[in-house]
Design a protein. Structure first.
Ligand SMILES: NC(=O)c1ccc[n+]([C@@H]2O[C@H](COP(=O)([O-])OP(=O)(O)OC[C@H]3O[C@@H](n4cnc5c(N)ncnc54)[C@H](OP(=O)(O)O)[C@@H]3O)[C@@H](O)[C@H]2O)c1
Length: 362
């Protein structure tokens, strides 16, 4: 039974089992806020965990799903400088069970929360946190591009015209990478995606777009880049995408791969085989290429990003209308469990295209 000390959550409760359960509602500790959740999301990592491709430990069950939250602040612990009870926020939930999004009440550290401006809806805001953070962390920490201060940049960065390839830019991770690079002053971003996304990706800041299904994709990229490319973010990180990226990079290139590495071509491999590093017998890159496996869950090891990315930079970008939320595929019909299961099926099918899968929670 639901009491004021319990709330409903959708969680992994066993191998390939997802159920609606009651979770204890905890008070926020110092530095944390309690959020009444309105919307959350289902993304590939939720499916990887449910299906066992990313192993979960039985002692950790139940594990609520949902890497993003949007909602209203209900309570605040000590030491939370900028948020108020009643304020609207979106948050990246990282991995803590009490923070995950598919529950009516989530406790999140304030450094993972961003204030939402009045003119932005909670459903748009929930599409942003995980992949906005991923884009920022990949570009300025993992690939090591200089971080412009102030952000957005007011002057061109060094090598502003160097070609940067965002492979699989139809993904929501890719959409934010293009926007973050534009705001940092990079003007030669090349995006690969299905043709139907090209106009949208150019509106976000891509200079050139190439269809990854074109037989001459590698030639097209090399042509628009004016040669082989030095910096790449592969947002898909499957065996097939790595092989294609390997055709267009120069020696000494840096390639950031959004882990895990998937067997085959797709985000959710049928075999369920995935790796947290490129297996040596499947590595298509030359020895000179620096391959970086990105784990955004570690982004708070970067103190600057921990203290600024969600609390300061994202609220500013939203208030000034400088960053666009992703298009939405909304699940708001049936019970909370039914809409979550339907969303998991959609993501598992590989049919998500250029949109964030959003679940109405309350
Ligand atoms: N390790 C990390 O830090 C980290 C962080 C964030 C995300 N990730 C991982 O990154 C991946 C993307 O996440 P996401 O949330 O951005 O996914 P998403 O938005 O669900 O991605 C869907 C898009 O993937 C594109 N796609 C699928 N297969 C492709 C292929 N073979 N070549 C090119 N594009 C392909 C499709 O593009 P079209 O519509 O153009 O066909 C589709 O629009 C997931 O595996 C996720 O787990 C990892």
């Amino acid at each position: 039974m639901t009491t004021s000390r319990n709330h409903t959550a959708i969680a992994i409760t066993g191998k390939a089992m997802v159920e609606s359960i009651q979770m204890p509602t905890v008070e926020p500790n110092s530095g944390e806020v309690l959020v009444s959740v309105a919307y959350s999301t289902i993304a590939a990592p939720d499916v990887y965990m449910v299906d066992g491709a990313l192993p979960t430990k039985p002692e950790d069950y139940p594990i609520p799903l949902g890497l993003n939250v949007s909602g209203t602040v209900l309570a605040i612990g000590d030491g939370v400088p900028k948020l108020k009870i009643g304020g609207r926020v979106c948050a990246f939930t990282l991995l803590q069970e009490k923070s995950k999004g598919l529950q009516l009440k989530a406790v999140v550290h304030h450094t993972l929360c961003a204030k939402i401006p009045d003119n932005m809806s909670l459903k748009d805001a929930v599409t942003i946190p995980d992949n906005f953070v991923t884009a920022f962390y990949t570009i300025f920490d993992q690939l090591g591009l200089p971080f412009p201060q102030p952000f957005p940049a007011t002057a061109a960065p060094p090598h502003a015209e160097a070609p940067i390839l965002i492979y699989g830019a139809g993904s929501t991770a890719g959409q934010y990478a293009i926007q973050v690079l534009r705001l940092a002053g990079y003007v030669n971003v090349i995006a690969t995606a299905s043709f139907r996304h090209h106009e949208y990706l150019r509106s976000l800041g891509a200079k050139d777009t190439v269809d990854y299904r074109a037989p001459d994709m590698a030639d097209q990229i090399i042509r628009v880049a004016g040669g082989k490319v030095q910096l790449v973010m592969d947002c898909i990180a499957a065996e097939g995408t790595m092989k294609k990226v390997a055709q267009v990079v120069c020696p000494n290139a840096k390639v950031a791969l959004l882990l895990p590495i998937k067997e085959g071509e797709s985000l959710v491999p049928e075999s369920g085989k995935m790796w947290m590093a490129v297996p040596p017998n499947r590595n298509p890159f030359g020895e000179d290429v620096k391959v970086i496996g990105v784990r955004t869950f570690l982004y708070q090891d970067n103190e600057y990003m921990k203290n600024n990315l969600m609390p300061e930079i994202l609220p500013y970008l939203l208030k000034e209308n400088l960053i666009k939320p992703s298009p939405i595929r909304m699940f708001n019909q049936g019970t909370f469990l039914e809409r979550t299961l339907a969303a998991l099926d959609l993501v598992r099918s590989g049919k998500v295209s250029g949109e964030k899968v959003v679940i109405q929670v309350a």
